[in-house]
Design a protein around this ligand. Structure first.
Ligand code: PMP
Length: 397
């Protein structure tokens, strides 16, 4: 005989940010829908993937060390890959130590592992407003409280950050300093230094999520990583990814953390998935050792600049008068705001019917959203398709 007990949904279902997760799912679906020109997902241009180079690397690894490449491996990740990432960071002025790197299954896993290690239920994490939706999901999953901090076209506003620190007593701050997702802004050096000083003075962890640093296409010099400031070397975690440099389907990311966090994250990763794919890591390490990633990225950056320009050129005619939008110096996104009274979420079905898609801005906000905002990714489509998409967009208004 079975007793009749009501079915209680698992706690994760009750607390998951269901609205925000649907945005990510919808983007993936729209990007794969025939006939729709999708500017929604941040999908790297597939024709620019170095399929031949990667095929040769997988081939080499399986031919010369196949049995090792198909075996379980260390949780922290492939030593050659960690060394290659550390060397790349060092060449960019960030003193990285391979022993402080954990290879993760995409930067996304880095964010969720860090959420679990740095934040407990009810702990506060300060975030740029708007911010990356899936980071918010990672914070929600551990029942942390994300508190928004105002941003302007250069990123987080230092005075607003200082106020929020005094008011909220946060445990951590999460930010995307380069070509932010979704708003596209890049934090100037002086603000980076101020963030580091505030974090050091108030004992905050910094999670510096930096997948786009190498996608600058305006020719300006690279800005220093916040995690490289001496004041925060023991309290800042730099999160990176090969998704935008090689291919997102390999699901390879990394984080560089102070020793205690490195240890904790490695233990948490062991529980999550033991390690990231051995063969993918080995192929990536071989690729980085034998191919000129900088030359490849020069091609990618050139293509992305052309695409950004094509989109910028079409926006004035596509969006209603009084709209304004960001002018990205790199990365993948343009962030636009329509005049008051427009609701981009309500307009989306009309856009899809016209054969074009974007992401409404609202889910990127913590607290009160601005319904007139939207995010457009310029990287996936070629300039001619972008022009067609802009023409379709103009039919909405
Ligand atoms: N952080 C930010 C800001 C992102 O935009 C993304 C991807 N859209 C990620 C992290 C996750 O990247 P991945 O897991 O593919 O490395």
């Amino acid at each position: 005989m079975t007793s009749s007990v009501g079915i209680v949904p698992p706690p994760a279902l009750a607390r998951a940010g269901q609205e925000t997760s649907s945005v990510v799912r919808d983007s993936l679906i729209l990007a794969a829908t025939p006939g729709i020109l999708s500017f929604s997902g941040g999908f790297p241009a597939p024709e620019l993937f170095d399929v031949e180079g990667l095929r040769a690397s997988y081939d080499h690894v399986l031919r010369t060390a196949g049995r090792r490449a198909l075996q379980y491996s260390a949780t922290e990740g492939d030593p050659d890959l960690r060394a290659a990432i550390a060397a790349r960071l060092a060449s960019q002025g960030f003193a990285a130590d391979p022993d402080r790197i954990v290879i993760t299954t995409g930067a996304q896993q880095g964010l969720s592992l860090l959420a679990g290690e740095l934040l407990g239920p009810g702990d506060t994490v300060l975030v740029e407003n708007p911010t990356y939706v899936s980071a918010l999901q990672s914070f929600a999953a551990v029942r942390a409280r994300a508190v928004p901090v105002a941003t302007d076209e250069q990123g987080i506003v230092v005075e607003a950050l200082a106020d929020a620190i005094r008011r909220e007593r946060p445990a951590a701050i999460y930010l995307v300093p380069n070509f932010q997702n979704p708003a596209g802004h890049t934090l100037p050096a002086a603000r980076r230094a101020a963030v580091a000083e505030l974090a050091a003075a108030h004992g905050l962890w910094i999670v510096e999520d930096d997948p786009y640093a190498e996608l600058r296409f305006d020719g300006a010099p690279r800005l220093p990583r916040i995690s490289g400031y001496p004041a925060v070397h023991d309290r800042s975690i730099l999160v990176g990814s090969l998704s935008k440099l090689l291919a997102p389907g390999m699901r390879l990311g990394w984080l560089h953390a102070p020793a205690p966090v490195h240890r904790a994250v490695a233990l948490a990763k062991q529980a999550a998935d033991m390690h990231s794919s051995t063969v993918d890591q080995a192929a990536a390490a071989h690729y980085l050792a034998t191919h000129d990633l900088d030359a490849h990225l020069t091609t990618v950056r050139h293509a992305y600049r052309e695409r950004a320009e094509a989109m910028l050129a079409g926006l004035a005619a596509a969006l209603p008068e009084g709209s304004h939008w960001s002018h990205p110096a790199g990365g993948m996104f343009i962030w636009a705001r329509l005049p008051d009274g427009h609701d981009t979420a309500a307009l989306l079905p009309k856009a899809v019917a016209a054969g074009v898609a974007y992401v409404p801005g609202a889910p990127f906000y913590v607290g009160t959203p601005d319904p007139a905002t939207l995010r457009l990714s310029f990287i996936t489509n070629q300039p001619s398709a972008i022009r067609t998409g802009m023409a379709r967009l103009s039919t909405l208004f």
